[in-house]
Structures are given as C-alpha cells and as structure tokens.
Write a protein that binds this ligand. Structure first.
Ligand code: AMO
Length: 430
C-alpha cells in the first residue's frame, strides 16, 4: 500500500511510495533519484551491481517529472532528505514525462509568470506554489467555519443575471437563448433579497465577474468574493464581523500552515489585531494630499497612489468610513444628519482595498430615489425592489476579495499568484 513520503521513516522497514522524479544523479556504480509527492521528498538509491535488471532498465529510461512507483527497504542515511532512503526492489514507471519540460519544477531555471501560468499544472508541483494554495484552502476553511459558527447560512445565488448590480457598466454579456443576460458582478441584490426572506444572516463564497479593462497586479476579470448580509445590523456591526473574520483567518493559517509559511520564506507572519482603526474618508484625503503629487480632493475616488500613501501612514489593516454618498452605490444608507455622507466603508490593507460594505437602504421609496439619482432605471431593478415593499428588515453587509486577502496575507506581488487559473484581459486559457 502506498504511503505518503512524509510518513516514511528510517524504521519503516519495507515501504511503497508513488511520486514524481524530482532529480536524477548518476554516479556510475550508484544512481540517486529524488522522488517527490505532495508531502515531501525521499531519496531512492540504486546500487547498480546489486539491483535487478528490471529496476535498472526502468531507472535508465525514466525522465524527470515522470510518475513512478517504488517499493523497497527503508534505510537510515544522514546525508539524504529526512535522514532516510529507499533501496528499491520495484521501480515502476507509471507515466513517463516528455522532455524537455515546459517548466523547470526544481526552479533552477527561472520562469516568468506567464510561462508559469501557461503550465500551471507543472508550476503547482513546485512546493512554494502548492504552499500558496494549501494556505488559501486553510483560509477558506477558517472563513467558512467562522461564519458558520456566527450563525450565517451559506447560500448560492445565480451567476447568470439580467441586470447589473453595481451600476450598469463593466458587465460581460452572454448568449442566453433569445434574452439579454450577463455574468453577475456581485451577489449584492440576491443577498439583500434573502434579508426579506427572513434568513437574517447569509454568506456566499463565489465568483464575481468584472469586465474592467484593468491590467494591474490586483485586478482580475473573474475574482472570488466572500459576501455577507445581516439583518438588524448597522455598518459598525458588520465591520466588527469583518475584522474578527480577518483575525481568525490569520490565526488559523498561522496555527495550521507553519510548514507552508516557512516554504514561502515568510519570516514575519503577523496576525492583525482588532479593532482596526476607523479613518473618516475626509481625513484619509487629507493624509493623501500631503503625501502624493497628483492632485486629490474631497469627493474623489481614492487612487492607488493615495491608497499606498494612506496605507504607509496607518501601517496595518484599517477601515475608511463616512464616504461621500456621491461616490458610493445607490444601496448605501445616507447618514440621517448629513445625507451627503453615507454608512459605507472599505476595509484596507496597507497595500490595497480588500473589502467594501455598507448599511443598506431598506426603505423602498428612498431606494427608488437613489437608483434614479445614479442615473439608473428602477424598472430594470423591479425584481430587487419588490421585496422592499413587503417587509424588509434593516440590514448591512460587505464583500471581501478572497484573492486579495490571500495575496496580502502572503505578501505576493501579483494577485494572479493567489489564483490557480486567473482570468484577465489577455488570459482565457488554461
Ligand atoms: P466591490 O466592488 O468593492 O463591492 O468588491 C468587493 C471586493 O471584491 C474584490 N474585487 C476584486 N478583486 C480582484 N479583481 C477585481 N476586479 C475585483 N473587484 C472586486 C475587492 C473588493 O474590495 N457589492 C459590493 C460589496 C458589498 O457592499 O457588500 C461589492 O461588490 O477585494
């Protein structure tokens, strides 16, 4: 029976392992193979004079990154990885790899990101790359567990929709029989409708599609969003949920992924401390004004340069609150005392925005007014507006970019590093 390579010890006796041929060294009388599976690496040593012809023939024929099955006696040896080696009775080639390889898995030959993504199946054999996705998996587990424990119901909403959520632009049209349809930008309208359905606390982790012609290190055309919506909550309450979720996710990754963190050579994996500072938008603009050359004023979007300048000043995760209503979506609730600002927020990492959210407008007529004010047609939102006429609790929520969360957590330079098969303006395959 095959055992994971990590579990093979000098006292294992006889062992069977399967994996890829990581490296081959032939020293004349002795041949060394390093065999790798997802758990680790082991040396297989073939003393040519004392080995069967079948094993020798397979060893001569095998190429790097072929899949092999090896059975033999485990021996203690100081110089080999993990202090043990296998001397094989059986060395079977299960699947031979063509040469040359499109990508050097042992990373002796560097490759640019495009080459890596073109051969992602090989790239992900690299322990450092696999570590990113193992951590991503752990982070998503922590998030699911946290939200489940907090009483949120996991929902799945359609990705094929008839209307925009965030305001009409940036949609991918699709062919849907004889109707006009799009890929959804956000579960926003559906998660709000579930507040009218009485679920009180819902969450969804799923794809969002943005037809933005951005070509940056933090934008994708298909991203993964972690969305929540919560009844009888205001923006402050859901900000509390968000910062707790961030802290718990870092904690879980820190506790369960120390090998992967070491593999990525992260020496300062710092768990953020809640509560995060709440910085009013107006103050954020003042900080940016002092630090960046491009002109910026109250009412502007926060540019990437401004984001970085403010992030450097604050130095950790923080919220920007009290946004001008004019630059937030129609569903953000205006402040009672000053409707020029609204109960929207962004969660920021010093490098970039991670999440947006708000207390929502739950009053039908105000919502219709706000939709009109944004130049949108309430008729195309009829399915969404209808629930607001039959008893809609007050509610709030947010959407958190999973890809950016992983990117910033691991200090990756490009969001594509945190996504297995990223979709951007130039990449549709694989
Ligand atoms: P927003 O559009 O700000 O808000 O998106 C929420 C978060 O999703 C991530 N994100 C992206 N990540 C990579 N590439 C993209 N093109 C991209 N677009 C968005 C970001 C962002 O902060 N409906 C609201 C959320 C809400 O109010 O509940 C929304 O979609 O990390």
């Amino acid at each position: 029976m095959r055992i994971p390579i990590q579990s093979v010890t000098p006292t294992s006796g006889q062992a069977e392992i399967c994996g890829w041929v990581h490296e081959v060294r032939d020293l004349g009388g002795l041949a060394f193979f390093l065999i790798r599976d997802r758990t680790g690496i082991i040396q297989v040593t073939i003393p040519k004079k004392r080995t069967s012809e079948a094993v020798l023939a397979a060893a001569r024929q095998v190429s790097r990154e072929s899949v092999v099955r090896v059975t033999g006696v485990v021996k203690a040896i100081d110089k080999a990885p993990g202090g043990r080696e296998i001397v094989p009775d059986v060395f079977e080639i299960i699947s031979i790899a063509d040469s040359p390889l499109p990508l050097d898995v042992v990373e002796k030959v560097p490759a640019d990101l495009d080459t890596r993504l073109d051969a992602r199946f090989l790239d992900a054999r690299r322990p450092r790359v696999a570590a990113v996705f193992q951590i991503r998996s752990a982070a998503m587990h922590a998030i699911n567990q946290f939200l489940h424990n907090e009483g949120f119901i996991n929902i799945t909403t359609p990705k094929i929709v008839a209307a925009a959520t965030e305001g009409g632009t940036e949609l991918f049209p699709i062919a849907y029989f004889d109707k006009e349809a799009f890929l959804n930008q956000s579960p926003q309208l559906f998660k709000q409708m579930m507040m009218a359905a009485g679920f009180e606390k819902v969450y969804e982790i799923g794809p969002i599609f943005r037809a933005e012609e951005h070509n940056t290190t933090k934008h994708l055309n298909e991203a993964t969003s972690i969305d929540i919506e919560m009844s009888y909550a205001d923006h402050f309450e859901v900000m509390g949920v968000l910062e707790q979720l961030i802290v718990k996710t870092y904690e879980y990754v820190g506790e369960t992924c120390s090998d992967q963190i070491a593999n990525l050579e992260i020496t300062d994996f710092i768990i953020p401390k809640a509560p995060f500072p709440r910085l009013p938008y107006g103050e954020a603009i003042e900080i940016a004004k002092k630090k960046i050359e491009d002109p910026i004023q109250y009412g502007d979007d926060i540019s990437p340069a401004a984001e970085r300048a403010i992030g450097a000043e604050i130095g950790g995760h923080y919220f920007i609150v009290d946004w001008p209503s004019a630059i937030r979506p129609y569903y953000a609730m205006p402040h009672e005392k000053d409707p020029g600002i609204c109960k929207a927020f962004d969660l920021m990492h010093p490098r970039m925005e991670l999440s947006s959210g708000a207390q929502r407008v739950h009053q039908h007529d105000i919502l219709v007014q706000q939709i009109k004010k944004k130049g949108l047609n309430p008729e195309s939102f009829e399915f969404y507006l209808r629930p607001f006429r039959y008893g809609m609790p007050p509610h709030a929520g947010w959407g958190l970019g999973a890809d950016r969360l992983v990117m910033t957590m691991l200090g990756l330079s490009n969001v594509r590093e945190a996504v297995l098969f990223p979709r951007d303006m130039h990449r549709l395959v694989p």
